[in-house]
Design a protein around this ligand. Structure first.
Ligand SMILES: CC(C)(COP(=O)(O)OP(=O)(O)OC[C@H]1O[C@@H](n2cnc3c(N)ncnc32)[C@H](O)[C@@H]1OP(=O)(O)O)[C@@H](O)C(=O)NCCC(=O)NCCS
Length: 155
């Protein structure tokens, strides 16, 4: 697997990958109306802006040869914590270590924080294994989806 910086030219591939991952992982967790409203064109517009402006750092994993995207991670450096903004791995690459490689690429072993859906137990367990703990009292409703999420932090 190749892991490299994402470029503005990757915006469509990232938007398509993110849309597939949300449909697959978050059906039943995120309201259908949100999933129906957030299709490739909407995500493409946001990723294009993000990658052009550099508002977030972003890296992707791709299959050598085919160039198929198998994972995406984005983050924002900061003090004292770096912010992990998104991490997605294709279904057939979960449990392989690719997610860990992308996390390392993004925030290394630094102090870092993230938001995760409260019921996303697989992701919470993954982050816990990488040293993140839930910030007590951090439960709130994600503004975009209305879904409960919790803050996880590593120092
Ligand atoms: C979250 C994600 C990046 C983690 O990568 P991964 O390759 O699946 O992670 P791993 O398999 O290494 O670790 C997942 C942990 O959850 C466990 N797990 C697997 N399925 C589970 C489930 N349904 N419920 C709870 N735990 C589960 C695994 O056993 C493992 O725990 P362990 O290390 O203690 O054995 C990946 O699952 C993913 O892309 N999910 C979809 C998008 C997403 O939810 N992103 C996070 C947004 S904050």
């Amino acid at each position: 697997m190749i892991v490299r910086d994402a470029l503005p030219a990757d915006a469509l591939a990232v938007a398509e990958f993110q849309t597939r991952t949300w449909d697959e992982c978050y059906a039943g967790l995120v309201p259908d109306a949100f999933l129906r409203a957030q299709r490739v064109p909407e995500r493409l517009a946001r990723w294009t802006e993000t990658l052009v402006t550099g508002a977030r750092e972003c890296a992707l994993a791709e299959e050598p040869g085919s160039g198929e995207v198998t994972g995406v991670v984005s983050w924002i450096p900061g003090e004292p914590h770096w912010e992990l903004r998104s991490l997605y791995v294709a279904a057939h690459h979960r449990g392989t270590g690719l997610a860990a490689a992308l996390l390392l690429r993004a925030v290394g072993e630094r102090p870092a924080q993230l938001w995760v859906f409260r019921e996303n137990l697989r992701a919470r367990r993954f982050y816990a294994r990488h040293g993140f703990t839930v910030v007590p009292g951090s439960d709130h409703l994600d503004a975009a989806t209305g879904v409960p999420e919790v803050r996880m932090s590593r120092s």
